[in-house]
Ligand binder design. Sequence first.
Ligand code: TRH
Length: 362
Amino acid sequence: MRWDVFCRVIDNYGDIGVCWRLCRALAERDQMVRLWVDDASALGWMAPSGRASVEVHAWSAAENSTVAAGDVVIEAFGCDPPAGFVGRMAARSPAPVWINLEYLSAEDYVERSHGLASPQGCGAGQGLTKWFYYPGYTAATGGLLRSSAPREAPSAWLAAHGWAPRPGERTVLVFCYPGAPLDALVPALGPAPTQLLCAPGTAAGLVERVQASPHLRARCLPHLPQVTFDELLHCTDLNLVRGEDSFVQAQWAAVPFIWQPYVQPDGVHLAKLDAFLDRFVAASGLAAPHAGALRQLWHAWSGAGPWPGSWPDESAWRCACLRWRAGLLAQADLAGQLIQFAREKARILGFASTGTEGTKRD
Ligand code: TRH
């Protein structure tokens, strides 16, 4: 099928990061993809070589009346494709499958909302149906986008990229938002020899903070291609990740991780944090004292509680991450499920436009 993926970059890298990962995953499954994005600048470092079968276009070019809509239109995070394009979607027969890819959450509403239809009663898309597609952690949701692990052993991979730890040193990746309590993190890590790999932005503030620490050193990373960033997550001993996409990829890496959710008004992000922790603790079988320590640390890293007196037990934490990933692997990944979802909806639309049972568009 031919897919049109629309992406508006609101802030940070998550909007384009999720869309680019989705485009790659669709292309890997022999789909043809056009990505329409209002600010493609981050793709310069995130996807320096591009990807066969993925065309990147300026958002404004979708207004051009010669551009026909493909079979499936993905609107990432309710970004509203241009009205001219939506008008051409409505004029197409059969109509494309129109899907709004929503934000990830572990909250219960996701299962209730996944797959709901929103018939368009007015505007350029009048007569079309938009379907809500929610990523998630259970069979009643749309699944998660997956990355793959590097082929080399972590130590060889780190050495090949110039980030080999010294003997006895652990490697910690830090990718965080402004306001993360870096001052508290330094002494918490400090007793163990550690190299901190700091993603661009706030985490770079660790470099001067570790100067007085005998066991810590910090190195600033450049913006890495997404594939390299994913591989790095598999090769560390601890990942501090944020937002949505790096958080998901840290779960696939199954290395202990701390998540800092994107801050939203009224503390909504803390409800997301707790919903995830509840699922993680239940599914990974983490014993109560370890779970309590982990919860306290994650809250503290998001500024929602005091810094804990003790660090979670790392071997129990690592086992929990492995068990959590094993549970996720039992679920089909998001791209595969999305293709299936689009095929089912296309069949319905094909019937509606031809009135012929058995009509199949894919
Ligand atoms: O950048 P983010 O904070 O994105 C956020 C969240 O998605 C949030 O939910 C959303 O509302 C907001 O954007 C608009 O964090 P996230 O989601 O982890 O996205 C980062 C992307 O950048 C991810 O695809 C990984 C990629 N990345 C690289 O490819 N190379 C790098 O060097 C780094 C640091 C990130």
